[in-house]
Write a protein that binds this ligand. Structure first.
Ligand code: GTP
Length: 597
């Protein structure tokens, strides 16, 4: 097949706008899967992804499409839609010449759509605007086309109108892909230069590397080199997904496919790396390589009575599958041995936690998430700090910097006021306000990441009745008036409960956290004092009174099944507990420090 018959494209869409459904329909219309053999939503195959309804990992499927006697190879490259996976999105885009920009005919343009559409334009992709779900009775395609024009500059006349559900318009869309998306370029006879845009792990075959060949040809049995990683490998198998693996003998410039090379850990395959020949004159490395940046950290500790080494094994198993997750041993005075883990973002953190619990049956105690700070001490030395308890005492700090992100929020007009108020409360600085259509606007704010990760997304959802959407990108580090807030339980500082907050908020936060902890810590046989302090200054104190009577006393001796139930319940409640000194603290209490009153 010559290059002029290849089209590489991706679908950019907000969550739930119908990307997976449309992908299924394209696979069906091209006969790549038949109706009977169809598993719904072929592209999201990880069970958890289906559960969460979010495409986590980018994948690629090759389809054959015949028109006027000519067969085209259409490669659909799946891109993750969530902000946490922005770097993977950018690598997927770099493999495509075109993007379907899919917008729900009722919901309209959302923040992630805008962010990803701009990213596609930066990569010079041809944009094919598509309005989906035109079968809905309350669809408003004309207004949505106008919104797309105002926010993304697309021509309303060029918008393809489809229903991924009924299949209406899908045939026209296939023609549009062939007609508007440019064919790839690249010389099949040049020195091999291919980009790694994704990888996943197969228990039997090891790492599966997804590549786009930019120049030259890669063949079975060839010796190749990963330029950034510096490792060489033999190509054991190569091919394309259609949608299951179909091996072939070579992939040429312009094609998208997979390689299998006996690589035992995903940690050895770097997304964005360049593959070339193993010999003396490899092609230059492709630009744009970047290591995934961990933005959010938290501590993971086994609950009382659970095994540290079990947790370590589980984390190691997980890291084989997910190279963007990192962990290292950590010791806490309060929690003992555990791990400090780094994630791309909050969603990534949640996914890792869920997988740990589902796949390994381990009870975890997780500490409150925090961002990475840059602190310069009095001697002029600058360090990255991944945990609040490592923040030096106030007297030793020369400069305290925190990460700032640029947030785009798209909201219906009537909720602009509440969203602006919320962003201001989170120390946001307004950078823009654009009108998108008759009734929607995009607000842009620079906000400290720490103020975003806790719950900004949830808060925006709740103050806009679910209609507001948020997207953000890293801007850089800025100095701020921050301090470490410590929590003392019966006079002992609990290192795992320390947080970093703005000095102006410290008093309010301290009081709120002490109060919350009081309600989360169960009564003991003795009084428990909870204090919040900055350095040596105590700013709040609460007391958990001593327990008065035994819980089973409630049962009046009579009903033994009821008593058993109560004891069982107590035992379950014991899970996810940690004894700090002689005080038992529950998982919920460790998250209480996120309360901002
Ligand atoms: P994520 O995988 O979570 O990113 O979502 P997605 O964008 O892939 O959306 P998905 O395909 O899962 O569709 C979301 C919901 O919209 C599902 O309930 C679909 O059945 C529904 N849906 C998709 N396309 C259409 C359509 O054309 N018409 C109607 N009525 N519903 C649709």
């Amino acid at each position: 097949r010559s290059q002029e018959h290849i089209r590489n494209f991706c679908i950019i869409a907000h969550i739930d706008h119908g990307k997976s459904t449309l992908a299924d329909r394209l696979l069906e219309s091209t006969g790549t899967v038949d109706n009977r053999g169809k598993k719904t939503q072929m592209l999201d195959d990880l069970a958890l992804e289906q559960q969460r309804g979010i495409t986590i990992k980018a994948r690629a499927v090759a389809m054959r499409y015949k028109r006027d006697g000519v067969e085209y190879e259409l490669n659909l490259i799946d891109t993750p839609g969530h902000v946490d996976f922005q770097y993977e999105v950018s690598r997927s885009l770099a493999c495509c010449e075109g993007a379907l920009l899919l917008v729900d005919a009722f919901q309209g343009v959302e923040a992630q759509t805008v962010a990803n559409a701009f990213a596609a334009m930066e990569h010079d992709l041809t944009i094919v605007p598509v309005i989906n779900k035109i079968d809905l009775t309350h669809a408003r395609p004309d207004e949505v086309a106008e919104e797309m024009m105002n926010s993304l500059g697309t021509d309303p006349d060029e918008c393809k109108r489809v229903s991924a559900k009924t299949g209406e318009g899908v045939a026209t869309l296939l023609d549009a892909i062939v007609d508007s998306v440019p064919a790839p370029t690249g010389d099949p006879d040049a020195v091999l230069q291919a980009m790694v845009f994704d990888s996943n792990y197969d228990d039997f075959r090891g790492a599966i590397t997804y590549i786009r060949v930019m120049q030259g040809t890669v063949r079975k049995g060839q010796k190749i080199k990963f330029l950034r990683a510096g490792s060489t490998h033999d190509v054991v198998e190569l091919g394309q997904f259609a949608p299951s693996r179909v091996p072939c003998d070579e992939l040429v410039a312009g094609q998208v496919g997979y390689l299998i090379c006996n690589i035992k850990s995903l940690g050895d395959v770097h997304i964005g790396d360049t593959i070339s020949i193993a010999g003396n004159d490899p092609a230059p490395a492709l630009p744009g390589y970047d290591r995934p940046k961990r933005m959010v950290y938290c501590g993971l500790f086994p609950s009382d009575g659970q095994d540290f080494s079990e947790l370590r094994d589980a984390l190691e198993r997980l890291a084989v599958n997910d190279p963007s997750f990192e962990f290292e041993p950590e010791t806490s005075d309060a929690l003992g041995f555990g791990f400090r883990c780094g994630f791309l973002g909050l969603l990534h953190m949640e996914i890792v936690q869920q997988r740990l619990e589902q796949e390994s049956d381990i009870d975890l105690v997780q500490t409150a998430p925090n961002v990475t700070y840059e602190i310069t001490d009095k001697r002029g030395e600058t360090k990255n700090i991944h945990k609040p308890q490592d923040v030096p005492d106030p007297g030793d700090i020369e400069k305290f910097c925190q990460p700032i992100v640029r947030c785009n929020v798209i909201v219906p007009e009537e909720y602009i006021g509440p969203v602006m108020k919320l962003c201001q409360e989170r120390r946001g600085i307004q950078k823009g306000h654009e009108v998108l259509g008759a009734s929607r606007a995009m607000l842009t704010y620079d906000i400290p990441l720490a103020e975003v990760i806790y719950d900004l997304h949830d808060r925006i959802k709740s103050c806009t009745r679910g209609y507001g959407t948020l997207d953000y990108e890293m801007v850089g580090y800025e100095e701020a008036d921050l301090c470490r807030l410590d929590i003392l339980v019966n006079g002992n500082r609990v290192d795992a409960l320390s947080v970093v907050c703005h000095r102006a908020d410290a008093d309010r936060r301290g009081r709120a956290v002490a109060k919350k902890l009081k309600s989360e810590i169960e009564r003991h046989m003795f009084e428990v004092a909870v204090q919040a302090a900055i350095g040596s200054r105590v700013i709040a104190r609460e007391t958990v009174p001593a327990m008065r009577k035994n819980v089973t006393a409630k049962c009046y001796g009579g009903d033994i099944t009821r008593k058993r139930k109560l004891l069982q319940k107590q035992k379950e409640g014991k899970k996810r507990m940690k004894a700090v000194g002689n005080v038992e603290i529950s998982q919920k209490a460790f998250m209480a420090v996120l309360t901002d009153g």
